[in-house]
Ligand binder design. Structure first.
Ligand code: HEC
Ligand code: HEC
Length: 403
């Protein structure tokens, strides 16, 4: 028993060290990996074909904090209040927390997120857990810091729909916020940009605790932290299933973009509210005439680059905390990890989009291997979800009119 465990652990260590290069990967991540490994390569090609080494999985490092927004307990506390405070939004109905609920894995639990009243959102609400570790946020990676993400959410017409000047004015009529902004930022009156800074500081505390994650405990030397099935799954992940090619590093995400051919969510074919948002997004983001008229699929990274090669590509998400973040994918099309693994095992979607990653191909996993892989994925979640009580929110108060 112990021997088998040690053997598997040694195998994993060797994978991490690149000893079993899965197969050569050319410079770009999104290239086929298998061919050169299978065919006896010409000497020159052989020299070039180094085994692929991927950043190893492992416990998350300390949260990166930008120099101009240091963490302080008072700032984090203020950020938590603002995360819950509906007055940072249009009609005071949609604070961050309604789409990022602690009890729903800090997402909203639906396939496609709820939207601002009268609208539908068009994407699955991402968890904010561990979002501090990404260098690009949102499914299409269109913002690069939590400080820039918060206003995009609070002002976005299908999310918070708040006007920044109005939201700032509201905070100025809440004496406790006036006090707190003074103490935290040295400001005479609350400013909206500092509200985003405070929210970002709070989000940087929403991270997986390595002591509570079985896989992290395993990596820190507790060889019993993983079940036999999860341990075998770890091998499948690095080997036959090749998940490590994109879901790598401590976050189990490489910060790159790929198209997997994820199946469409039918609501975009049948439901006017979803279609309205989709057309509107295409109008906002700018697409071709045909793209506008035919809006039924999410083009992902393309909206940012306008490069046809990026159509259908999404940022690789973390595989941490999956136990609480279903449903999965940018359109929430899968409810269980079994479905996700089956999807990959089949070789991904049917490539309606032209850019499906060549890394996604049939895996030939048997039933046991599929089960083991799911056990391993579950071991990347904390034993208990990160829950939190709602903070008490301070009331408005009239200001004395001065002349
Ligand atoms: C109406 C629902 C809704 C509201 C309100 C909302 N969000 Fe979101 N959030 C989403 C959806 C949906 C996404 C994914 C959108 C996309 O990729 O285009 C998202 C994405 C995010 C992400 C990116 C996570 C990642 O992995 O890249 C962060 C961080 C986040 N939201 C924080 C916030 C904060 C902070 C607020 C309040 C200021 C907020 N959200 C308000 C629905 C919402
Ligand atoms: C080519 C890179 C690549 C490979 C290989 C890959 N993934 Fe992914 N994975 C992604 C991308 C990109 C997404 C998001 C796709 C989308 O939403 O359209 C994703 C999404 C997921 C999700 C959903 C996460 C969420 O929060 O919604 C899970 C679970 C997942 N992958 C597991 C796996 C497993 C297990 C394997 C190995 C069998 C694997 N992936 C292989 C790139 C990859």
């Amino acid at each position: 028993m112990m021997n088998q465990r040690n053997l598997i652990a040694a195998t994993i260590a060797a994978f991490a060290a690149g000893a079993f290069g899965l197969a050569p990967v050319a410079n770009a991540a999104d290239k086929p990996v298998a061919k050169a490994a299978v065919k006896p390569a010409a000497p020159a090609a052989q020299a070039a074909a180094k085994p692929a080494v991927f950043p190893p999985l492992g416990p998350l490092p300390a949260v990166p904090v930008p120099a101009d927004n240091p963490q302080t307990p008072a700032k984090i506390e203020l950020g938590k209040m603002l995360f819950w405070d509906s007055r940072l939004g249009g009609d005071a109905s949609s604070p961050c927390v309604v789409c990022h609920e602690p009890s729903k894995g800090w997402g909203d639990g639906g396939e496609i997120s709820r939207g601002y009243p009268g609208t539908q959102h068009w994407r699955n609400s991402q968890t904010v857990l561990n979002s501090a570790f990404y260098n690009k946020l949102f499914w299409e990676g269109n913002v690069t810091s939590l400080e820039a993400q918060a206003p995009a959410a609070a002002e976005g017409n299908v999310a918070g729909n708040g006007d920044p000047a109005l939201m700032e004015m509201r905070m100025r009529f809440i004496p406790e916020y006036v006090e707190r902004f003074k103490k935290v930022f040295g400001l005479e009156w609350p400013r909206i940009n500092q509200a985003w800074q405070a929210i970002a500081a709070f989000e940087r505390t929403l991270v997986s605790d390595p002591k509570k994650v079985p896989f992290d405990r395993f990596m820190s030397g507790d060889k019993k932290a993983l079940s036999d099935s999860a341990l075998r799954g770890l091998g499948v992940y690095h080997g036959k299933a090749g998940c490590i090619q994109c879901h790598n590093g401590p976050l189990a995400a490489d910060h790159k973009f790929y198209s997997l051919g994820v199946p469409e969510n039918e609501v975009f074919k049948t439901e006017p509210l979803y279609q309205i948002t989709h057309r509107w997004e295409h109008y906002q983001k700018g697409v071709t005439h045909a793209g506008y008229r035919g809006a039924d699929l999410d083009m992902g990274l393309y909206y940012q680059t306008k490069n046809p090669k990026d159509i259908g590509k999404f940022r690789t998400p973390s595989l941490r905390e999956l136990k609480v973040t279903a449903p999965y994918m940018h359109n929430g099309i899968f409810y269980t990890l079994d479905e996700v693994v089956e999807f990959y095992n089949k070789g991904g979607g049917d490539a309606k989009w032209p850019n499906k990653s060549p890394l996604i191909k049939p895996l030939g996993l048997n039933e046991q291997e599929k089960k083991d892989l799911v056990s391993f994925l579950e071991a990347l979640s904390m034993d208990q979800p990160l829950l939190m009580e709602a903070p008490a929110l301070p009331p408005y108060q009239p200001l004395k009119i001065s002349k």
